[in-house]
Design a protein around this ligand. Structure first.
Ligand code: GLY
Length: 316
């Protein structure tokens, strides 16, 4: 067994460990942990503690993937709903679809008994409005929200600066390798913006035969590179976990248009190895790690991606 998650997972990581030790399915163990993270207002990128979109509305994204069946459930830009990773799991269990977004996701939540909850924390609302007051002219503020929002999408930036998420990857007692994610996405995002956290192949991917990967930070980049899927495919082709992660980050490093910033890649393989690599992120990046040999989870430091000469890329 193994469990890894990014540092934002602290409110729920031990819960997931406990459930894995009791032989829970990895997705159930991780969703139970993520539900705790979503409830914690001190985590400023997920659930109640997250930031709203430009209109001051919370829109949450989440995804789960069962690496044994390759079933996926995802929800994107869901209003008024928590717990959202649990909702993604219900999409996987109950529908022939893989992803629901916006009002459709909310409608499904109501049908299956998820309460209506605006999710917006008072402090997030206060900071959002202060930011708008700083950016908009008195005439724009008076007309708000009936103003053009596109110019604002470049002017107002994420107070966390990183477009963070919580991501969990596990190998459970049955050797199933699974992935789960949840986020409020990029603060002050354009309404309807999806990051990578609900996009299988970009923000998460799992295949119990080979391994799993999940990304935090700039979803606009990992969607373009299909980062999580790239890593699992490289494992399938026989590359080591570290080689697989480095090759996926090489692709991110070669992007030179569009919105470019940091990404953190988390990955595990079927042999029980794990790798967490930070690319273009300021400061030290930490992650949670647990395996049965440890008496308690450890907060470890991610390695920094080390760019290799272009000639070596793809040949690891
Ligand atoms: N990685 C989270 C996001 O881009 O929303």
């Amino acid at each position: 067994m193994i469990l890894i998650a990014n540092s934002e997972a602290w409110p729920g990581f031990e819960k997931s460990v406990e459930l894995l030790q009791q032989n829970a399915h990895g997705i159930d163990a991780m969703v139970a942990g993520i539900t705790e993270v979503e409830r914690e207002v001190k985590v400023r990128s997920v659930g109640y503690g997250g930031w709203p979109n430009m209109l001051g509305k919370m829109e949450l994204d989440a995804g789960v993937m069962d690496g044994t069946t390759r079933d996926v459930g995802a929800v994107g830009a869901v209003p008024d709903t928590l717990p959202v990773a649990a909702l993604a799991r219900e999409v996987m269990r109950r529908l022939p679809h893989v992803m629901l977004t916006g009002d459709g996701a909310r409608r499904f939540a109501t049908e299956i008994g998820f309460p209506l909850d605006d999710v917006l924390f008072d402090d997030s609302k206060r900071v959002w409005w202060q930011r708008l007051e700083k950016e908009l002219s008195p005439a724009q503020l008076a007309a708000f929200p009936d103003i053009a929002l596109a110019p604002l999408s470049r002017a107002i930036t994420d107070p966390e600066r990183v477009r963070d998420t919580t991501v969990f990857l596990s190998k459970d007692m049955a050797s199933g390798i699974h992935a789960a994610t949840s986020t409020s996405g990029w603060a002050w995002k354009y309404p309807g913006r999806l990051g990578d956290s609900p996009i299988a192949g970009a923000g998460f991917y799992a295949d119990s035969r080979y391994g799993a990967a999940a990304c935090t930070h700039t979803g606009e980049m990992t969607i373009r590179c299909g980062t999580a899927r790239s890593i699992v495919l490289a494992l399938r082709f026989g590359y080591s976990l570290r080689e697989a992660v480095d090759m996926a980050i090489d692709d991110l490093a070669e992007l030179d248009t569009g919105f470019l910033a940091g990404v953190v890649v988390h990955a595990i393989d079927a042999a029980g190895n794990h790798d967490v690599a930070s690319f273009r992120c300021p400061g030290e990046i930490k992650y949670w790690f647990w395996e049965p040999q440890l008496s308690k989870p450890e907060l470890r430091i991610a390695r920094q991606y080390d760019p290799r000469p272009t000639t070596q890329r793809g040949n690891a």
